[in-house]
Design a protein around this ligand. Structure first.
Ligand code: SAH
Length: 488
């Protein structure tokens, strides 16, 4: 299995720095199922080609599979296309051999990874469900795609073409990191065979690598469905559900605890966590993903995050390329500087930097800066205000700022009885001024909607438990005014 990457960037040998592989040397790394060799068939200032030759050991593959003897035809274990076709093995090899480049890091030339390069990729051989599929997967990402077909058997031309193709991709200017990431995700999707060695980490990486571009890809349904074949049962089901719903949002989870909710895992959840080895998304991360997903489905151009805290939602929103401008507001200066830090605002490329602004302000006071937005999120904010101040917040958000859509989330107090360590009447967080039952929240939301001319629906957040409902709840308000909607 051979993959080559060629650039005519000047000097082309910078490719060696980017890949962290010296053009003068042959380097080999052990990978799942065999060995990957990296070498450079050409390396001049005008043109440089790096080759990754993946040498899979077919017998080793059989031994590694265990219990697979009943599958396929009698000799399939020994006679199969795995060593010759770009598959998930190639993804694993790309990740192992070029992991640093894939993460966009280059110690020797720190500015190089951000550089868009003219690139050509040749993959011999891909197996695809049909000759149009390489195009459908790679063209939306800006590649010029060419495939070479071969006859299944040159001595029997009437049998037609084989389902194996040589794939040529060309791009006029793309970061190497992006090219590697696209290949990493899309080659196994084209191949669609079983993934013999996928481990939990590999699976999480697969999801993570699609995060930036998959939500916009017109074939994301096909891509994610094919993933699910491999990944069901391996990775977090919440992530999979989000992917199925056409979006991948979250980067690998951080170890920072969000709210005390993380410390008070309900008894039922503890059982689930103990029973499965799956990493669990915290309740808060689930909420943020869900809000981000709802916003994504609307396709708004200007979005407010009110009470943005440390900027977790902002980070998810930044990945939605259709959003042109995001304004994060919080009353706490400390939270805002933490958000600026976490989002690396001071290192952001200028175009990206113009998409986001953080401001200090209070939701209790009229503020001109909040006007002219398509959507606003208030994630776990209202319960931090005294209940008798909510009317002021309503006037600011629904009366003055009036975004076409408003998403308000808050804990569901009915659910609190499931938290072992929470005494009756206690709140989940020290700074919560109230926590509402489902009925209280629904009544508040209906009142606000009626007063300010919005429609409202209540959405469950997190898994619903009979009798007490979901851990959190969200009201989605929609004004009569239509907003920009563009869906693929
Ligand atoms: N939305 C964030 C943070 C939730 S915590 C998240 O989901 O991660 C609540 C946030 O609301 C805190 O950052 C707090 O500083 C902010 N907040 C509290 N009162 C506020 C007010 N009057 N105006 C604006 N923000 C406020």
């Amino acid at each position: 299995m051979l993959l080559t990457l060629t650039t005519s960037y000047s000097p082309a040998t910078d490719l060696g720095y980017l890949l962290h592989k010296n053009p003068a040397r042959l380097q080999s790394v052990e990978v799942a199922g065999g060995v990957a060799h990296v070498f450079y068939p050409e390396a001049t200032a005008e043109r440089c080609t790096a080759a990754l030759l993946l040498d899979l050991d077919p017998v080793g593959l059989v031994r590694g599979r265990g219990g697979a003897s009943g599958e396929g035809f009698a000799l399939e274990q020994y006679v199969n296309d795995r060593p010759y076709v770009a598959s998930s093995f190639l993804s694993a090899a790309l990740s192992k051999a070029f992991g640093t480049a894939m993460n966009g890091t280059c110690k020797d030339r720190p500015n190089l990874p951000a550089q868009a390069l003219p690139l050509e990729v040749k993959v011999a051989v891909v197996s695809a469900p049909g000759p149009d599929w390489p195009r459908r997967l790679f063209e939306p990402l800006g590649y010029e795609v060419e495939i070479e077909t071969t006859l299944l058997d040159p001595t029997v031309p009437e049998w037609g073409d084989s389902r194996y193709y040589t794939l040529h991709l060309r791009h006029e200017g793309l970061r190497l990191q992006d090219v590697l990431t696209h290949l990493y995700v899309l080659l196994p999707v084209l191949d669609n065979d079983k993934h013999y060695y996928i481990g939990e980490n590999e699976a999480e990486k697969l999801l993570h690598r699609g995060g930036e571009w998959l939500p916009q890809h017109p074939e994301r349904g096909f891509i994610t469905r094919r993933y699910l074949r491999y990944l069901a049962g391996i990775v977090n089901p919440t992530l999979l559900r989000l992917m199925e719903g056409d979006e991948v949002e979250e980067a690998p989870l951080e170890a920072v605890p969000d709210e005390t909710e993380k410390a008070v895992v309900p008894a039922s959840d503890q059982t689930v966590a103990a029973e499965s080895a799956e990493p669990k998304l915290s309740l808060h991360d689930q909420r943020l993903q869900q809000v981000a997903h709802e916003i994504y489905q609307l396709g708004p151009k200007r979005v407010l995050d009110l009470g943005c805290g440390e900027g977790k939602l902002l980070r998810l929103l930044l990945r939605q390329h259709k959003i042109e401008f995001i304004l994060g507001m919080d009353v706490s200066h400390q939270a805002l500087s933490r958000a600026a830090q976490r989002l690396h605002l001071d290192e952001m490329p200028p175009r990206q930097r113009t998409r986001i602004e953080l401001i200090q302000g209070s939701l209790l006071y009229r503020d001109e800066r909040l006007a002219g937005f398509d959507a606003a999120a208030l994630v776990e904010v209202i319960e931090h205000l005294d209940e008798n101040r909510l009317a002021a917040l309503e006037a600011v958000v629904f009366g003055q700022a009036r975004p076409a859509h408003v998403f308000v989330t808050t804990p569901n107090a009915d659910y609190n009885q499931l938290f072992d360590k929470l005494n009756a009447g206690d709140f989940r967080h020290d700074d919560h001024r109230f926590e509402w039952t489902r009925a209280e929240f629904a009544a508040w939301a209906a009142g606000v909607a009626e007063w300010h001319g919005y429609q409202v629906r209540i959405v469950a957040m997190g898994e619903e438990v009979e009798g007490v409902g979901p851990p959190s709840q969200m009201a989605v308000f929609e004004s009569g005014r239509t907003i920009f909607i563009e869906k693929n």
